[in-house]
Design a protein around this ligand. Sequence first.
Ligand SMILES: [Zn+2]
Length: 332
Amino acid sequence: MTLNNAQISARVAKHGRVWIPDASIGTQPHTAEYLASAIQDFFSSRLTKIFAITAPRVSLNFVLIDNPDLNAFAGRYNGKTNEYLIGVYRGTFVKLRDYLYDQKREQALRKELTQFAHFEDPLALYSCFAASGYVIFHEFAHIIRGHVDYLNSLSLDDTDLTATGPVQAPLFKDRERYLAECEADTYGGRFSTSLLYHQIEPLAAGRTPAEIEALFEDLIALTAFANQSAFRLMEDVKTAPSILYPAPTTRSGIVNTQLMKGLEDMASRAPHAPPKNLSDHVKRGLKLADELANDAGLKILNLNAQTEGENWIKNDQADVNAFATKLKKFRP
Ligand SMILES: [Zn+2]
């Protein structure tokens, strides 16, 4: 850390003060404090390692913010240095935790994902790591894909890109902001593949290839469930799609498609090959997430996911690719 927490708090004041969760509060059952602390520890070291390889000049502060919303942001807090910041709101952990740590949902997950039947840790723990991991990797993508520096080059004062919440002022021109969010979802989904591999390794120890494949299938479904749950929670706070983001169903489609692509890409390098029919396992997780969200009474926007997805491919995908090419020179 190059700035202390008081200095960071002053720079991100409109979001809230830096929050330091007390990991000792509620390890059993897991509280939001405990989860936030564990997730921050895990991702701090992980992001540091990834930046050391991909962008060695970048210095990152990864902080939690005392704000009750489900949201996160990435930015530079001093345009002249290579210091970047990722902030995740406290509400992200609280809302994910309260939704996922539910006895009925835990039982339903265990009934469907039988490979985890004898696991001591609640499946909610895996789901919380997967869903918050996606949120963090989305912000990471805003930095590494040059969105933050592009914004900086426009000499705008406000260098925050928010992940999910309402935006106070049009930071980018709306269309570019929208394309940046699509790209952050694309890379956020792709990066989160590494988390899935990280989780399978300890689970695979001492098991036969057939058992590992079955575990992998359930873990993919669980990850898709976690991502879909996060989007359903975001959707629940909105009354209409934002012009700055694709509809949550489309975002979920982007993230999970990238998850599958990432698994295919890693197959040749990883010790355990992903199972075949990836999309079947993803679909199983998405279906489960929707059923449980409906049972929980989460609102859903009245949109047809397939039509939305097809329109996105037709209307946006090429523009996202062109935008990424334009921003190449802004990547740190
Ligand atoms: Zn974003």
